[in-house]
Design a protein around this ligand. Structure first.
Ligand SMILES: Cc1cc2nc3c(=O)[nH]c(=O)nc-3n(C[C@H](O)[C@H](O)[C@H](O)COP(=O)(O)OP(=O)(O)OC[C@H]3O[C@@H](n4cnc5c(N)ncnc54)[C@H](O)[C@@H]3O)c2cc1C
Length: 410
């Protein structure tokens, strides 16, 4: 008997990583009737910090609802829906639009809630669907052959699977171990990202606000987004700013008091500094077509346009479908073709999303020509509403859906 056949940790399909993408993949596999085990480095009751993927697109909600009917409405009920968006340029409003809420019972265009809440609901759904979890199992290495995958944890435990969906995030040990390189670049500028808890004594209008060249913070760009329970504030730093100084203590409170009412400066629950990576794995599957990379294990984008989790969930569904097809295929060639189709199609989407997030980054860090265009648009926005509209949408990149994705414009 081979080691793999005798191994007590042998499973048909293993998903590595219990982030939103791994949990979505596990749910999709259960919906297809496949048994699935999720291996996660962290503990079961861990608390992951930061609001992160607050903007959950309707298309993402619909995918999750296909795997677990009712989940989309649960996510919508936990989330918040802002109906007004406003854009300012150097203190002056250049665009504003309000929308009517969807009729009762209909899914909203998006749900705005902290990622930790999305993960909580996904985990609950996975447990209801019979997903097996192996916590405290940090994968150190992955090796593949035509027969399957051998995973070894940092604690020395070995697991075998016919197929693995690697959703172990940006620093994916599975991807590294398989020698699949990331290709792309890193943005030059720094951003400070802050969560501030809603002040019940001074609730603010539920509006998404983008402020170009905010006069109260020395002309830096500021994005304010409400989510269930709080506000997310992104500050785009000047090239000579010290990210550390503006993301902690009085440095942080000082600028926050300038863009939100003063009590919010005392209600910070998380802050972080970022320079965004724009990278894509060279291949979304290993050479034997047994490991499928999904989510941030496969691609990283700047967050403008909310393309991270919102593209990771379609990866998850497509990876689950590909594994299901491969496992029911009539022979190895068809099985490999199903995985190759996954790798090619989701990589095409990632390339599109990376370019789109890159366009947003370029817009936010304009050269002299682009800056002149921005200033002219701001000047003419009152007379020509299309200018204001452009200023409003450009920080998030093109609005068309990536190939293979649905998008609902809002
Ligand atoms: C500031 C910020 C704002 C964002 N805003 C948005 C937004 O509005 N909308 C949006 O769609 N996206 C947004 N994102 C991106 C979003 O947070 C990520 O795309 C999402 O978390 C990726 O999910 P994932 O499951 O691929 O990876 P992760 O969330 O990183 O999950 C990976 C999981 O794998 C586990 N793991 C890691 N290594 C191992 C290992 N070796 N073995 C076992 N387990 C392992 C980790 O513990 C973790 O649980 C934002 C990100 C940031 C930083």
């Amino acid at each position: 008997m081979t080691e793999s056949a005798a191994c007590p940790n042998r499973r048909p399909v293993i998903v590595v990583g219990a982030g939103p993408v791994g949990l979505s993949a596990a749910l999709a596999l259960r919906a297809l009737g496949r048994p699935v085990t999720v291996m996660e480095a962290g503990e079961q009751d861990r608390l992951r910090p930061g609001s992160r993927a607050i903007f959950v697109h309707r298309a993402t909600l619909e995918i999750l609802d296909r795997s677990h009917p009712g989940l989309a409405h649960d996510l919508a009920a936990q989330g918040l829906l802002w109906h007004t968006k406003r854009t300012f340029y150097a203190g002056r409003e250049v665009f504003s639009r309000s929308y009517t809420p969807p009729p009762p019972g209909e899914l909203p265009h998006f749900s705005s809630l902290p990622q930790v809440e999305t993960e909580r609901l996904l985990l609950q759904a996975c447990k209801e669907a019979g997903v097996e979890f192996a916590w405290n199992q940090e994968v150190a290495t992955a090796a593949t052959s035509g027969d399957g995958v051998l995973l070894a944890t940092t604690g020395g435990t070995r697991w075998h699977a016919d197929y693995v969906i690697a959703a172990d995030g940006a620093r994916s040990a599975v991807r590294d171990s398989l020698g699949i390189p990331l290709q792309g670049s890193r943005s030059d500028g720094w951003y400070v990202v802050v969560d501030a808890e809603e002040d019940p004594g001074d609730p603010l209008p539920v509006e998404r606000i983008f402020h170009y060249a905010h006069p109260a913070v020395d002309g830096r760009n500021v994005l304010l987004v409400p989510f269930a329970g709080g506000w997310r504030v992104d500050l785009q730093l000047h090239d000579d700013d010290d990210p550390e100084e503006l993301s902690t203590g009085e440095g942080l409170r000082g600028w926050l008091r300038a863009v939100l009412p003063a009590p919010y400066a005392e209600r910070v629950t998380w802050s972080s500094t970022y320079r965004f990576l724009q990278v894509i794995a060279e291949d979304f599957a290993d050479e034997h077509r047994r490991v499928l990379l999904a989510g941030e294990a496969a691609h990283l984008f700047a967050p403008f346009g909310a393309r991270g989790m919102n593209s990771g969930v379609p990866d998850a569904e497509a990876a689950a479908n590909a594994v299901h097809l491969a496992m029911s295929a009539s022979g190895p060639a068809r099985a490999e073709a199903a995985v190759t189709e996954y790798a090619l199609s989701r990589r095409r989407s990632a390339v599109y999303n990376c370019d789109a997030a890159g366009a947003a980054l370029t817009h936010l860090r304009p050269g002299p020509e682009e800056r002149a265009r921005l200033e002219s648009a701001a000047e003419n926005a009152e007379r020509d509403p299309s200018m204001g509209h452009w200023l409003d949408i450009a920080p998030y990149g093109p609005r068309e859906a990536a190939p293979g994705n649905t998008i609902y414009k809002y």
